[in-house]
Design a protein around this ligand. Structure first.
Ligand code: BG6
Length: 495
């Protein structure tokens, strides 16, 4: 348990809420004029906790099979939790919990059926417009991610994913439409989810399939694709400032935390190097230029990353207003990992920390690491911080009384709230909000399971597509309501 060192206190107006992503909740993959996305093609595979690489492997052949499949049973993102048809009911439940903010993402392929279309798909626009109105009617601020791991499939089939520079203009056109059509409802925007992630899962972040780049160093391909995303993101930030002057735009990173496994200098160095690989793209989005360590790495590896002269100006003009991040766990780094136990993350591996408990999926829970992360980020960037993902994936069970009793989730929440309060009141961090990830059960990103549940609301659906989509409020539902009502000051509960 995290023991807070100062009384619990959060600023007035602190934004409590929940977070989702279109591909993990909406479903309705072929309705409303939506085009296909990469996510519609990712099959569910039963893999062990420690073997996520198999889940993430994706080849041209997998794509062909997905396109030929013609049904959705084995493609969980196609149905997800059918939020597309349930959003009014779900938003009413979020409002009952007292949410001030809901993080959602827009599916690019609902706004442009094909990213090259000259005109947007009005049905897709109407869907989001109605959702944003619904949120506003309940006093909930929308926090919107433009791209959360679901590149339009055409970027893969007709281009070379984000390796193709054309993606920049296509994305900016899409972003412009979103700002013009939704700007009056949405005042908080994020460009790309977990912007550091392309090296870990190239297809969902960058629309890149490795076998489509024969004879090329795949890492070099990723660096080029990342450069294009950086330029696209900066252009979108600038455009948002022009079109929606009262809006704020943030970047979004995976806030991984690694401790040196021992006090050996080599372990410390390995930790520092690993963290730089996480920070490098947020460094660009905050400071408006490539950090020297990244340029040095590109040069040292002999990679040719095309950066046009105008890109320097674009990056400088498109810096973000706040820094948002996901935080779930920590692990360790060692100079030499021989013989050490590894802890699985969703796509991240680190050395297992013997001092921390693990979730059923091997993620090591660490609220103190959240406080350390907040301090690190604030000292590095001096921008307001927003925790837009934090939560616990667990195997929930519907009891005979028809309820879901999940004290473990309440405990996880309480500990992280305590750590946040200390970061604000003891360490002087400017933290503006907190959205619990998967506030309603959704399809897992890494394992594509429904049985890895994060929500305060249970959804009756299993890993194989069986279920009624019925929603059941878990015990943690009322608990989070109490936390929000007391502005983070009442964390008591009886297990
Ligand atoms: C983050 C992603 O990496 O972690 C989410 O932004 C994802 O999309 C979340 O769902 C939790 O990971 P997982 O693999 O348990 O769904």
């Amino acid at each position: 348990m995290y023991q807070n060192v100062s009384p619990l206190h959060f600023p007035n107006g602190f934004m409590w809420g929940g977070a989702t992503a279109a591909n993990q909740v909406e479903g309705a993959w072929n309705e409303g004029g939506k085009g296909m996305t990469v996510q519609d093609c990712l099959p569910y595979r039963e893999v062990g906790v420690a073997d996520f690489t198999k889940q993430f492997a994706f080849s041209s052949q997998d794509l062909e099979e997905a396109l030929a499949a013609g049904e959705d049973a084995n493609y969980p993102k196609r149905r997800a939790i059918d939020f597309y048809h349930h959003y009014k009911e779900d938003i009413a439940s979020f409002a009952e919990m007292g949410y001030k903010v809901l993080r959602v993402s827009i599916c690019w392929s609902r706004i442009y059926t094909d990213p090259r279309d000259p005109e947007p798909n009005e049905e897709g626009i109407a869907y989001y417009e109605d959702m944003f109105r619904e949120l506003r009617a309940h006093g909930i601020e929308p926090l919107v991610t433009l791209s959360h791991y679901d590149p339009p499939l055409a970027l893969v089939t007709d281009y070379q994913g984000w390796y193709s520079r054309e993606c920049i203009d296509l994305f900016v056109k899409y972003a412009r439409t979103c700002f013009e059509r939704f700007g009056r409802y949405v005042k908080y925007w994020l460009t790309f989810n977990e912007v550091d992630a392309m090296l870990r899962h190239a297809v969902t972040s960058g629309g890149l399939i490795e076998d489509r780049f024969p004879g090329m160093e795949f890492e070099e391909v990723i660096y080029q694709a990342m450069h294009h995303q950086m330029v696209a993101s900066a252009k979108a930030v600038k455009l948002c400032h022009e079109l929606v002057p009262d809006a704020q735009v943030g970047c979004m990173m995976t806030k991984l935390m690694f401790y040196p496994y021992t006090c050996k200098p080599e372990d410390n160095l390995a930790t520092q190097q690993r963290m730089r690989s996480i920070y490098r793209y947020v460094d660009i989005q905050v400071f408006g230029e490539y950090p020297r360590y990244l340029l040095t790495e590109i040069e040292r590896k002999g990679y040719e990353v095309e950066m046009r002269p105008e890109d320097t100006r674009i990056l400088r003009e498109g810096t973000v207003d706040f820094v948002s991040f996901s935080y779930y766990m920590t692990s360790c780094m060692a100079g030499d990992t021989t013989g050490l136990d590894m802890a699985p993350g969703n796509t991240v591996n680190g050395v297992k920390n013997p001092h921390l408990p693990s979730s059923e999926w091997g993620w090591q829970t660490d609220p103190t690491g959240l406080r350390i992360s907040l301090v690190e980020l604030y000292d590095r960037y001096r921008k307001p911080l927003f925790i837009v993902e934090n939560g616990l994936g667990a195997k929930d069970v519907v009891s005979e009384d028809g309820c879901v009793h999940d004290p473990y989730r309440m405990e996880y929440l309480a500990d992280h709230v305590r750590a946040m309060s200390d970061a604000i009141n003891v360490d002087g961090v400017d933290l503006i909000g907190y959205t619990w990830w998967g506030c309603i059960d959704l399809v897992s990103e890494s394992t594509r399971q429904m049985s890895k549940r994060y929500g305060f609301i249970y959804v009756d659906m299993d890993d194989y597509g069986n279920g009624t989509f019925k929603r059941i409020k878990k015990d943690s539902f009322n608990y989070y309501k109490q936390v929000i009502e007391s502005n983070g000051e009442n964390l008591s509960f009886e297990a």
